[in-house]
Ligand binder design. Structure first.
Ligand code: ZN
Length: 359
């Protein structure tokens, strides 16, 4: 049993303590972000510090959702590889993009090689500043990219962020839709980690605490989006859930959800969470009972948040998706013996569940 987390985490620090560390990390900073960091104040705060410290920086602010391999190549082509620090500022996409770019900065390899951990051992220093409460990427050694139409994560100790700056105030401007989808991503991480066959006492500590906080926070937050205390709870819980999956990885709900995101445009957190009732029910372990004792009926929890997806789907797609999931590493760590028939059953369960699925 063990855990490893080399990331220095600052929570509600307002750059008081973290400034010294930022100064020590290097002289050149490549900032990868989207448009929202201009609205929530996070980009401005960072630039104030970098200017004050006299650092050289460039900003790439066109990061895409579910970052495709071509985006990573484009950033390297545009800004080169000579960066001491790569900053991921925003949701999971900028953070995961920053991790991939940081590796390419220090190695002469292609994006596809990121999936071959033996081909590299170094990366530029990584700073993560999340502005959503969901991904957990700020405390993990994972990055999920879209390569040849498939959402696929790579894992390497070199991409643990050196520094993560957690400021709940940056999440205050998140829309209701994003608050729900990212919050459900965090909940999925916590529940999947708790169910994982790789769970240990360390991961359980983080996972169960996160489930408890999210259960008590998310339903209130959707009706009170400007509530700082609730925002703070969610950012804290999503980071705990991130630490939990840094130990265990995710399980079947994530693998099942990836195709819904890449092919049907369903937000990652929603695409994943809608399979949680199925995963919990089919786990039939002591853990699944413990989760139900906290969250109650998972289907009701999702219904109360008005979570429902709608898209056209045919048998060929289900077969193709099931084929992909059957090759994913997630199935080996999920209780419930997921062979290809069971995976198809999960997809059919969703489309027959009128509470979750409409046409
Ligand atoms: Zn996730």
């Amino acid at each position: 049993m063990g855990m490893y987390l080399p990331t220095k985490i600052f929570f509600e620090d307002n750059y008081k303590e973290s400034e010294k560390l930022i100064d020590s990390l290097g002289n050149s900073f490549l900032i990868i972000t989207g448009k929202s960091s201009k609205i929530n104040g996070s980009l401005e705060d960072l630039l104030v510090i970098l200017n004050k410290l006299g650092k050289k920086y460039e900003i790439y602010d066109e990061c895409l959702e579910n970052p495709p391999k071509e985006l990573i190549e484009k950033i390297i082509k545009k800004f080169g590889k000579n960066w001491d620090v790569v900053v991921g500022l925003g949701g999971g996409s900028p953070m995961d993009t920053a991790k991939a770019v940081a590796v390419l900065c220090k190695n002469d390899i292609e994006v596809e090689d990121l999936y071959e951990p033996s081909k590299y051992s170094l990366a530029s220093k990584i700073i993560c500043i999340p502005t959503t409460s969901g991904t957990g990427s700020e405390v993990t050694q994972y990055s999920v990219l879209t390569v040849n139409g498939l959402k696929k994560g790579f894992k390497h100790e070199a991409i643990f962020p050196t520094l993560s700056i957690l400021e709940p105030k940056y999440t205050l401007t998140l829309s209701k839709e994003l608050t729900i989808s990212t919050g459900l991503d965090a909940l999925s991480h916590a529940i999947e980690s708790a169910l994982s066959l790789r769970a240990n006492d360390f991961s359980d500590l983080f996972a169960f605490k996160a489930i408890e906080i999210i259960k008590n926070t998310l339903p209130k937050l959707v009706d009170d989006l400007n509530n700082y205390e609730l925002r703070k709870n969610m950012l804290y819980a999503s980071t705990l859930a991130g630490i939990a999956i840094s130990i265990t990885g995710t399980t079947i709900a994530h693998a099942l959800g990836y195709s819904l995101t890449t092919e049907k445009n369903i937000k990652h957190g929603v695409a994943t969470a809608i399979f949680l009732p199925f995963e919990i029910e089919n786990a039939t372990t002591e853990k699944s009972q413990k989760i139900s004792n906290i969250i109650g009926n998972m289907l009701d929890f999702l219904k109360n948040l008005d979570v429902k997806v709608s898209f056209e789907i045919n048998d060929n797609e289900i077969n193709r998706w099931a084929e992909t999931v059957s090759k994913a590493s997630h199935i080996k760590v999920t209780p419930g013996n997921y062979n290809i028939d069971k995976i198809k059953e999960a997809y059919n369960w969703l489309i027959n569940k009128s509470e979750l699925f409409g046409r």
